[in-house]
Design a protein around this ligand. Structure first.
Ligand code: ZN
Length: 309
């Protein structure tokens, strides 16, 4: 009898978990938040090698984000697309995450540019004459006398510079599997409101024991969805002929904003701003538009896949 009771309990819980899983998996894509990385006093990385454009990451991310927002609105007119910034302003990552959570985003696209290690070089540009002094002493004791004689020497003049970073390409980051706990904490932080009509869990609070289980299911679903959109973006970038560096996770440090947003979230390192080829690409109209279109195509495929379930 007792055994049956437990069996029924397990069965009930499985059905519950399955329903929750469906709620988390099948959510419709209605609001997309596009975050242009950095801004204002925070310039991000910069092209600083010899003959670089000297461009700043905050400007590149803003231009790409503007084009991405326009492209998403054009191709997905029924979706609400919310940029975190449209001008050169500074908001810390907490404000950005809050903004995304407030508008109840279903997807967070964070636009950045990478920077890699640079080698320093030097070259001789000429010589210059430097006067040195030869000091000798004559005599002894109280009669000791110091004689200083000037003489000229030719010394080389060096110029120091930075080589461009040798790595280029686009990479996509998701919050690490080890950081699912952070995502869970973000979900639990505030009572989660699921305002979608297709969800049976409107105004559900995560701050209950059952809520915690649901939050865990959401965190896992968000991880899977983040992985899906990240792979799709990587594939679309590859199709443009650009070097696609794959989907990555940063385990040790994590990426705070990806864990703090209560939705699937990815960070796109569009290119290396201190690589000569990439800096020109991410600063060009063509490159920015190509990236915006590639990301939009990935979002369209992502939408179809998650809503099919
Ligand atoms: Zn950045």
């Amino acid at each position: 009898m007792l055994r049956n009771f437990f069996l029924i309990l397990i069965l009930l819980f499985s059905i519950d978990a399955f329903t929750y899983q469906c709620a988390a998996q099948g959510k419709k894509l209605k609001t997309i938040v596009v975050d242009a990385g950095h801004g204002g006093k925070d310039s991000g990385a910069q092209g600083d090698y010899e003959n670089s454009l000297g461009s700043k990451e905050k400007d590149v991310t803003l231009e790409i984000s503007k084009k991405l927002v326009a492209e998403l609105k054009k191709r997905l007119p029924n979706i609400n697309v919310v940029p975190t910034r449209t001008t050169d302003v500074f908001d810390n990552v907490h404000e950005k995450a809050n903004k995304a959570n407030e508008v109840k985003g279903d997807l967070f696209l964070c636009i950045h540019a990478d920077a890699g290690g640079e080698k320093r070089g030097s070259r001789q540009t000429g010589t210059k004459t430097v006067t040195k002094y030869k000091v000798t002493y004559i005599g002894k004791g109280k009669r000791k006398k110091k004689i200083t004689e000037p003489y000229d020497v030719e010394v080389p003049i060096y110029e120091y510079f930075k080589y461009p970073c040798p790595v280029n390409g686009t990479s996509v980051w998701i919050f690490a599997a080890a950081k699912t706990k952070d995502k869970l904490n973000a979900l639990m932080e505030e009572g989660y409101e699921d305002n979608t009509e297709d969800s049976a869990y409107n105004n559900f609070s995560f701050n209950t024991p059952e809520g915690k289980q649901l939050a865990q299911i959401y965190a896992k679903a968000y991880q899977q969805k983040s992985d899906l959109i990240a792979s799709l973006v990587n594939d679309e970038v590859e199709l443009t002929g650009r070097k696609a560096l794959g989907v990555k996770q940063r385990n040790e440090k994590g990426i705070w904003v990806l864990s703090a947003t209560r939705m699937p979230a990815i960070l796109i390192e569009t290119g290396f701003i201190n690589n000569d080829v990439d800096e020109r690409y991410i600063n060009s109209e063509k490159g920015q538009q190509e990236l915006a279109e590639a990301i939009t195509k990935a979002v369209i495929k992502y939408k179809a896949q998650i809503e099919k379930k």
